[in-house]
Design a protein around this ligand. Structure first.
Ligand code: NAD
Length: 378
């Protein structure tokens, strides 16, 4: 099996192969070709890949020539897709809920494309779950960046000049990113509270030493899909929850928002009116900025100050910790692609009965097949 790893675009510092996983692929009998410099921004110099048994290519096209398996972080470019052979497999974050162009192009090229974001949340796929590995790091980084921007101290300090109160940190959405944000804010000495619409997280939030804030009615007790994701809540619930949040947010110093619903715009949790009631110097770091934002005033990719409140809308937060994000992403990809590398025959073998394959496959035999894209499923 010949594996190609093209470099990512300018705005993506991560890379889909680490020297560690290169070595593992070589051990499986694969030929691994990576574009020169592809790992540089994740602190993996070319010579480490060579030491691991990989070959270097001068361009993405050269790497892609004849490749059976293509590993990427973000979607491949049109030129890269054209350089792929019919029947090649691509594993990447292909943005299945985004614009269709790239996915249609992959289908037309006869490529088998797998979207890592759609990994089913079953126990066997935990090691392949890129949303978890990347969100975990992002949750940590968001708190560190918010703390750095905060013009006060995080921990309580008792000094001869008097006591500095601890920062109050409120985490909205306690999934993978939110739970890591809670843990990080606690380690920095903040007094932490959190909210979510899924009842299952209440115990997790409490076990991390944070206070749980939510309207716990009948709807709340049933608000989780079989896949473990949040549901869109009723207008009535949102109104009650809004009131509670509006009251709570007034006294908070740092608010980290992480709420997402797969395939939909991010739920609006903080209105402009709520921001107005916050304290001067308070910070909102909106981790959902790329998906429209949890705060009404968030601008993706920008850091704004609105009437004394700072609203940070960072994009690609895992890309701000590329060293670890790439290592984990590359391991996720290895765990997934290993399923289809048949070392004996030296060929790719896809088991179409496997729920992990079915859950992630976007294209097959020139057609777009995933139910999320064919409109059979949200
Ligand atoms: P996510 O990124 O889709 O959303 C982040 C959080 O926002 C979620 O907890 C969600 O409930 C919450 N949210 C959505 N709407 C909200 C609203 N209006 N108000 C407040 N909060 C809101 O979620 P995620 O981090 O990917 O995690 C989803 C679940 O899947 C978690 O329980 C996680 O533990 C689980 N999970 C399971 C596996 C596995 O079993 N293999 C792997 C990863 C995650």
């Amino acid at each position: 099996v010949r594996i190609a790893v093209p470099a990512e675009e300018e705005m993506e510092p991560r890379v889909a192969l680490s020297p560690e996983t290169a070595k593992k692929y070589v051990k499986l009998g694969c030929q691994v070709v990576i574009e020169k410099g592809a790992g540089a921004r994740s602190y993996f110099p070319d010579h480490e890949y060579e030491n691991a048994g990989a070959e270097l290519a001068d361009s993405a096209e050269a790497a892609l020539e004849g490749a059976d398996l293509v590993l990427k972080v973000g979607p491949p470019t049109d030129a890269q897709i054209k350089a792929m052979k019919n029947g090649a497999v691509v594993a990447a974050m292909l943005e299945p809920y985004g614009p269709r162009g790239t996915i249609d192009a992959l289908a037309q090229q006869g490529v088998l494309a797998f979207a890592m974001e759609l990994m089913p949340r079953v126990t066997r796929a935990q090691s392949m779950d890129v949303l978890s590995s990347q969100s975990n790091l992002a949750g940590y980084k968001a708190v560190v960046d918010a703390a750095a921007a905060f013009g006060r101290a995080m921990p309580m300090m008792m000094t001869a000049a008097g006591t500095v109160p601890p920062a109050k940190v409120f985490v909205m959405g306690a999934g993978v990113a939110g739970l890591q944000a809670i843990a990080t804010a606690r380690r920095l000495g903040g007094v932490v509270s959190a909210t979510d619409v899924r009842p299952a997280v209440k115990e997790q939030v409490k076990s991390l030493g944070a206070k749980f804030i939510a309207v716990e009615d009948e709807e709340f007790r049933e608000a989780e899909t079989a896949g473990g994701y949040a549901k869109e809540m009723s207008d009535e619930y949102k109104r009650k929850q809004n009131e509670l949040i509006a009251e709570h947010i007034k006294s908070q110093d740092i608010v980290i928002t992480t709420a997402l619903i797969p395939g939909r715009p991010a739920p609006r949790l903080i209105s402009a009116d709520m921001v107005k009631t916050m304290k001067p110097g308070a910070i909102i770091l909106d981790m959902a900025a790329e998906r429209g934002g949890n705060c009404e005033l968030t601008r993706a990719g920008e850091d704004i100050v609105h009437e004394g409140i700072r609203i940070m809308g960072p994009v690609n937060i895992p890309g701000k910790v590329p060293g670890d994000a790439s290592s984990l992403y590359a391991r996720n990809l290895y765990a997934f692609t290993e399923l289809m590398i048949d070392s004996e025959s030296g060929a790719i073998k896809v088991d179409w009965d496997d729920e992990i394959i079915q859950g992630t496959a976007l294209t097959r035999d020139g057609a777009v097949i995933h139910p999320v894209l064919t409109g059979e499923k949200e």
